[in-house]
Structures are given as C-alpha cells and as structure tokens.
Ligand binder design. Sequence first.
Ligand code: FMN
Length: 143
Amino acid sequence: MAIEWGTLGNLWARPVFTAFVRNSRFTREMIDRNPEFTINIPAGEYDRKIFKICGGKSGRDTDKVREAGLTLAPGRKIGVPGILELPVTLECKVIYRQEQDVSLIPDDERKRYYPHNPGRSHDTDEDEHIMYIGEIVDSYILS
Ligand SMILES: Cc1cc2nc3c(=O)[nH]c(=O)nc-3n(C[C@H](O)[C@H](O)[C@H](O)COP(=O)(O)O)c2cc1C
C-alpha cells in the first residue's frame, strides 16, 4: 500500500522506521501475520499510477503488483520483497506494535481523521491507526 504517515528515527539504539497503518487495511492483516515490511521509495522519475493504484485499491481484491506494473525483488534479510520501480529500500522487522488510544488524540485531529471513533469500520479512512515500529535490518538501492 501507499504510505504517507511514517517517521525515520532511532529507538532502543536501533535504526527504525515507524509506520502508521489503519486497522482496516489488508496490509495491516499481512503485517500482523508476518511482522516484516519493506519501505520502497522512488528515486527520480516514477509512474504516478503506482501510488494511485497502491493507495486507492486493496490487495484483498486486486493484484496491485500486476496492475501497477511492479517488479518484485526478493528481500535480502526478510521474506518481504523490494520493488525495482521504487528502488530505495528499507527492510524492516517489527519490534513494537501499538494500537492507538483514539481518546488521547487532540480534538481537532480526532474529529478530522477518526470521525467515527470508537467504531471499527472496514476499508475506510476513519478507523484508528496501528503504529508499527520496524527495525531497519538492511537498506539499499535496487538496480
Ligand atoms: C499518497 C497516499 C498515502 C497514504 N498513506 C497512508 C498511511 O500512511 N496509512 C494508511 O493506513 N493508509 C494510507 N493510505 C491509504 C492506503 O494506501 C489505501 O487505503 C490502500 O488502498 C490500502 O491497501 P490495502 O488494503 O491493500 O492494504 C495512503 C494513500 C495514498 C494515496
């Protein structure tokens, strides 16, 4: 999936990428089943349709790799692949997972981003995020 909310940093003396994935995403189900992910970043020009498809359709009912014309490259240290078309690659293993307590989110943001709190709805942009802190176990540029 396309991801916009995330941070790069350091935690417990490890380099980490923290991703925020809504509970309703198919991606969330996959990370919970296999707690690894890759972050795939464009370098230079890239086909805008990649983010339209990856950020607009669900892997539950769409083969996004095929539809977006992506080429997978096997992971080096984890079982999740990288993507040749988005060559800057961070391989991450989840070391911490936390569900948001929506009641603690500032009022304006809660109303804007989680309007139907506390209900959990499927495939919406309204349910809570889960924070996944992934230790970056490898990083490279695919070519
Ligand atoms: C540019 C862009 C950034 C996005 N960032 C996030 C994000 O940070 N977290 C999130 O849960 N969804 C985000 N989304 C929405 C998901 O990418 C979208 O719901 C996707 O279809 C989920 O696919 P899945 O069901 O296969 O996991 C973003 C969408 C776009 C277009």
